[in-house]
Design a protein around this ligand. Sequence first.
Ligand SMILES: [Zn+2]
Ligand SMILES: [Zn+2]
Length: 328
Amino acid sequence: MTSPMPRPATAETVTVTTGRRLAYLVVLVLLPVVLLALAVPAAWGWGVGPRDLVIAVVMYLVSIFGIAIGYHRLFTHRAFKANRALRIALMLAGGMAVEGPLTLWAAEHRRHHKYADREGDPHSPWRYGDSGLALLRGMLHAHIGWFYTARRRSSRRHWVPDLLNDPDVRRFDGAYPAVVLLSFALPAAAGGLWSMSWAGAWSALLWGGLIRYAVVHHVTWSVNSIAHTFGDRPFRTRDRSSNVWWVAMLTLGEGWHNWHHVEPTCARHGVLRGQLDPSARLIRWFERAGWAHGVRWPSADRLTTLRAAARTSPAEPPEVSRPAGPSL
Ligand SMILES: [Zn+2]
Ligand SMILES: [Zn+2]
């Protein structure tokens, strides 16, 4: 991001209205849990057929790649540049995850990087302390609690003025309710057309729409809760970002979170041997196809130096200062 104009001095956070917090509670906290609970008897009772499974997996991949490559690596961190068609496609794919408008998502995430695991971080699992119940409570807060408990959210004017100036992003965020509808209409239409029946449309809506969105949410949020709590930390950072292989697999590369906090603008998160990063692989394909350019790949020299530094003086768990006060 190169902006020659000085940023206007704006507050980092703005108040969230009660109505909005209630909407967050329903869409981001309660509904996914209820849907996941429903999925168990549904799967137990009549199972999930191959048609619904295919539709759900495709929708899952589109949503997670859309968040990882689009919302996160492209728009929030500018890890690469993409032509307009790819930018719009990635925006829409990210929208399928139903994790909020792009500017809101990016604003919260940029604030997370600035204050990771310190006062000001919107979702640190270390918020209440580092022992037993306090940590469990912190993980719940980092996973989903903060959506509802936060009295203030990140100001878009402060954190993402570049995205607010992007006409395509503005149009996307303006049409966000329609994008959410599409996230459920697409699997339903696919199931209906595939089976040529209403029953097929309904069951695809359940598995490829509702249950898939609930799973996508919890997989994404596990980066905030689990990959800031457990796992190894091969690089030294000021925070507790870590690598958890199974989170990395479910998030298509995002669970290699330790390096990501060392170099947030890097297009590859899994930088060490054996760290599979499907999102980085896809960005490489986009680059080869000529759709992406200016990709920030990791420098081998820098990786070697930083690994050696971490080996000679292993990372102490950094101090975590607990945010004070009821906000955030
Ligand atoms: Zn993080
Ligand atoms: Zn990030």
